[in-house]
Design a protein around this ligand. Structure first.
Ligand code: B4P
Length: 191
């Protein structure tokens, strides 16, 4: 499964709950990058210059992180990717890795939330967590990058019959119920 949506849509929040409910690992590229930055690893040093200003980490680096994570034993019975893929090159790479491993995507959950709401949530997160990429300027930049590079990917997965749009407004519990309902529906491959 994948979970997609603009920055601040609640992907990470919902992914954790899905992971518990369906007993699959939730893999967030954003979390992997942030923990590497916090631990001052080589990967952390390489990705830090991108996360701060709200830019995407280059595909080569991101793809290798995902390939490595998807080679671990705990994904054998399913997984949820949160925040990946974000570019067309990442979609192609993921297709390749999944084909090599004999996995297939069956749900792409798209959280629908309007810009005013996500900006409000990210401002609140800035107050609570003080994330470096939650400054007003960076929040705007990340929304732009999302619209330009990631929003078009939804059409790619829609053509494959994998997209389930979920209203991301409402309480975390309400949104989780909608996400869980979507996951329980079968994918609708095109005829
Ligand atoms: P991410 O970690 O994916 O961060 P995000 O898009 O900001 O957050 P998300 O949508 O998960 O929102 P959250 O649940 O936290 O990416 C960070 C950066 O990493 C990127 O900008 C990029 O630089 C890099 N990166 C990651 N993946 C990459 C890739 N594949 N390629 C290249 N670069 C990549 O929710 C936001 C806030 O809303 C929280 O405070 C939460 O508590 C609140 N919230 C959630 N649900 C709510 C609800 N229903 N009502 C009210 N508030 C809610």
């Amino acid at each position: 499964m994948l979970i997609m949506g603009p920055p601040g849509a609640g992907k990470g929040t919902q992914a954790e709950l899905v992971a518990k409910r369906f007993a699959v690992p939730a893999i967030s590229t954003g979390d992997i990058f942030r923990s590497n930055i916090a631990n001052e690893t080589d990967l952390g040093r390489r990705v830090k210059p991108y996360l701060g200003p709200g830019l995407y980490v280059p595909d080569e680096l991101t793809n290798e992180v995902v390939r490595d994570r998807l080679s671990q034993a705990d994904v054998a019975d399913g997984f949820l990717l949160d925040g990946y893929p974000r570019t067309l090159a990442q979609v192609d790479f993921l297709d390749k890795v999944l084909a090599e491993q004999g996995h297939e995507l069956d749900h792409v959950i798209v959280l629908k939330v309007d810009v005013d709401e996500v900006v409000k949530r990210l401002h609140q997160r800035a107050l609570k967590e003080g994330r470096e990429d939650d400054t007003p300027e960076t929040i705007r930049k990340r929304q732009e990058v999302y619209l330009e590079q990631t929003d078009p990917l939804i059409a790619v997965y829609r053509e494959r019959g994998l997209v389930f749009e979920v209203d991301g407004l409402g309480s975390v519990e309400e949104v989780q119920r909608r996400v869980a309902d979507a996951i329980e529906q079968p994918p609708q491959p095109p005829n």
